[in-house]
Design a protein around this ligand. Structure first.
Ligand code: FAD
Length: 311
């Protein structure tokens, strides 16, 4: 949140990339290579999501460690209450701490795949706010703690106003920033953002941006998150839906326009759901002219650039 405050002061928007742990060892190596390349786009941090239980959650801790220590990326580790007793939460926080990670996105978590409804684990936590409280108790201000926000309701709660009350509880428990679920309708977001402010949520609110890779993925993800697709988007994308490169090009324009409107409305940071791919996020950032290049170096060089002697 300190970084976000600096970005606001400097009047320069910043951005971050979200990745998820791949299923295979080869996938993990490929992702490290991609993360390293995407580092050069200048994100202020990257997120690694938390998979429910077992191997994938160990992999989250491992990836956070490698990203922080080998690649020098500032990392935000997602952590959920799903299938997590206190001992497991303690271990994950300890791993993050030891890796030098100072950012946690505290979540309730999706239900595990085999279950429809979310259930609390014995000796674990019920809501994300309980996790926020616990991290603050245990680690004081070591971690910047983010929480999830929903401008269009979430799976088990469609009432957006009630969700704002629950969001406020998470912030009151000690969260220092909010990252939202993906959306495509900027008007709904801006309206929701104003309501959050009116309810006294004063921490940075970061919109989650899902770039458009293919038409099928665009529809599937909008459907999965339950977000509204503005009619103009359907009109622009439907006629070209079988032409992947046209979809990417037009999609880039739509997403970039959405980002511009968000920045005009006072948003200072954009969070990209990369889906572990570079191209679509890169196209949007290039369109927004937000990728630093060597001809126009950043005012404050990024530390990794200095260490490579680039600035
Ligand atoms: P909470 O804020 O705890 O809310 C959960 C439910 O409880 C909501 O319906 C809420 O309204 C209700 N509730 C909260 N407080 C109260 C109260 N006091 N009284 C009654 N009801 C209450 N999932 C993963 O598994 N791994 C990830 O890495 C991950 N990353 C995410 C990143 C972002 C940016 C977002 C937006 C979501 C992410 N998710 C992830 C999904 C998230 O875990 C689910 O959406 C989950 O269903 C809700 O999590 P939450 O943290 O918002 O929960």
């Amino acid at each position: 949140s300190e970084k976000l405050a600096n970005a606001k002061e400097a009047g320069k928007p910043t951005f971050s990339f979200e990745f998820f742990p791949p299923k295979t060892a080869q996938g993990v190596q490929n992702l490290y290579d991609r993360m390293d390349r995407m580092h050069s786009f200048g994100p202020s941090f990257i997120d690694v999501t938390w998979g429910a239980g077992g191997h994938l959650s160990d992999l989250t801790c491992e990836m956070v460690k490698v990203a922080q220590t080998t690649y020098g990326l500032e990392t935000c580790m997602h952590l959920t209450c799903t299938d997590m007793g206190k001992a497991k939460i303690d271990q994950a926080l300890k791993d993050a701490y030891n890796a030098g990670c100072t950012n946690i996105l505290a979540l309730r978590g999706d239900p595990p795949r085999e279950k429809e409804k979310w259930q609390a684990t014995a000796g674990g936590f019920r809501y994300a706010k309980d996790l926020v409280t616990y991290i603050r108790e245990k680690y004081g201000n070591h971690f910047d703690i983010g929480v999830a926000g929903y401008s269009e309701g979430c799976d088990d709660q469609k009432d957006a106003d009630l969700l704002i009350d629950h969001l406020k509880e998470k912030v009151d428990a000690g969260a220092t920033f909010v990252v939202t679920q993906m959306f495509y309708d900027v008007d709904i977001f801006i309206d929701w953002h104003e309501k959050c402010r009116a309810k006294g949520i004063n921490v940075p609110i970061i919109p989650g941006i899902m770039p458009i890779q293919t038409h099928a993925a665009f529809l599937r993800r909008a459907n999965w998150s339950g977000c509204r697709i503005p009619p103009a988007w359907t009109e622009a994308l439907d006629p070209i839906k079988n032409d992947d490169s046209a979809v990417r090009e037009v999609g880039k324009g739509l997403i970039a326009e959405m980002c511009r409107r968000l920045l005009d409305a006072g948003i200072i940071h954009l969070h990209f759901y990369t889906m572990n791919l570079a191209q679509a996020s890169k196209m949007v950032l290039e369109e927004l002219d937000m990728i630093p290049d060597l001809e126009s170096p950043l005012e404050k060089p990024l530390p990794w650039r200095q260490s490579l002697g680039l600035n």
